[in-house]
Design a protein around this ligand. Structure first.
Ligand code: FER
Length: 278
């Protein structure tokens, strides 16, 4: 009897005191279906010079319905996976449809969404052996491109709010690992971080969170998601477990039956952006 009571107490305690907030919902139906009769945002294809790579590079920039250069906006940097490039989100996930629908439902703060190429090397196409060492390393090199080239370019050419609390980074798979690494690693630059189905490039938890108290103070939104049928789930789980251990509040969104695909990434994006900049 005593053992049962103890077990019961432990379950209640761990449910109430787990730092993971599991409030995220499956998307409403039609969240990703194009609606003709609502306002739509725009997508620009933009070139910026990268001193990191030494070339002009391409990024896509989504601006919301009603966008005006006389207003100021927070910015989400949204990163692709190992098989993709700056067009992967657009072609595979149509995030502009998800955003437009959320704006029509008044469920999203107006923001600029930048979709760059996260493979910072001269030939940044996802061709040939996408697992080749130089190509994988280029995903790490992108940290420098992002911080010293892309963010300054965006903040010079768009009406972006230049404040860490108004910058977010999120991505899928390799881009999820990048988002966790760069977000947790640059607490002076970002306050919101999302890793969807994060890949093996995700740093070890203790490297990611060397100073839990500082991370807790600085990060306003941490969102980790994965499908429970994804072979890479261990990278999300170990990060989540460490955040729990160190009492750092975060969302841990596990999608039942979810694999390593855009079903999971679209549902993750849908939930993440509704929590952003609030
Ligand atoms: C790996 C398995 C998967 C890896 C990267 C990935 C660098 C990335 C997957 C993706 O971005 O979809 O071993 O090593």
């Amino acid at each position: 009897m005593k053992n049962y009571l103890l077990l019961f107490a432990v379950i209640i305690f761990s449910t109430v005191f787990s730092m993971a907030q599991n409030l995220t919902e499956p998307p409403v139906s039609d969240f990703d279906v194009y609606q003709k009769d609502i306002p739509h945002g725009s997508i620009d294809t933009v070139q910026y010079f990268s001193s990191t790579v030494g070339t002009e590079r391409t990024t896509l920039v989504y601006t919301p319905p009603g966008y005006s250069t006389s207003e100021k906006y927070p910015v989400l940097y949204l990163l692709h996976g190992i098989g993709g490039d700056e067009f992967e989100w657009l072609n595979g996930g149509h995030p502009e449809v998800i955003f437009d629908n959320l704006y029509a439902a008044k469920k999203m703060k107006p923001m600029i969404v930048v979709m760059p190429n996260g493979r910072a090397m001269k030939d940044d196409r996802a061709t040939g052996n996408i697992m080749a060492r130089d190509k994988v390393e280029a995903f790490a090199t992108f940290e420098n491109d992002l911080l010293t080239d892309l963010i300054p370019f965006i903040e010079k050419n768009y009406p972006a709010i230049k404040d860490r609390e108004q910058r977010a980074i999120a991505g899928l798979s390799m881009g999820g690992g990048q988002s966790l690494n760069f977000g947790f690693g640059n607490l002076d630059v970002f306050a919101s971080v999302g890793g969807f189905s994060s890949a093996p490039n995700t740093k070890q938890p203790k490297e990611l969170v060397p100073d839990p108290e500082l991370t807790k103070k600085k990060l306003k939104l941490i969102f980790i998601s994965c499908g429970d049928k994804d072979g890479l789930i261990g990278f999300s789980k170990r990060t989540h477990d460490y955040l729990d251990e160190t009492n750092i509040a975060h969302y841990y969104y596990i999608i039942p039956g979810g694999q390593h695909d855009f079903v999971v990434w679209k549902a993750s994006l849908y939930n993440f952006v509704q929590l952003l900049f609030k």
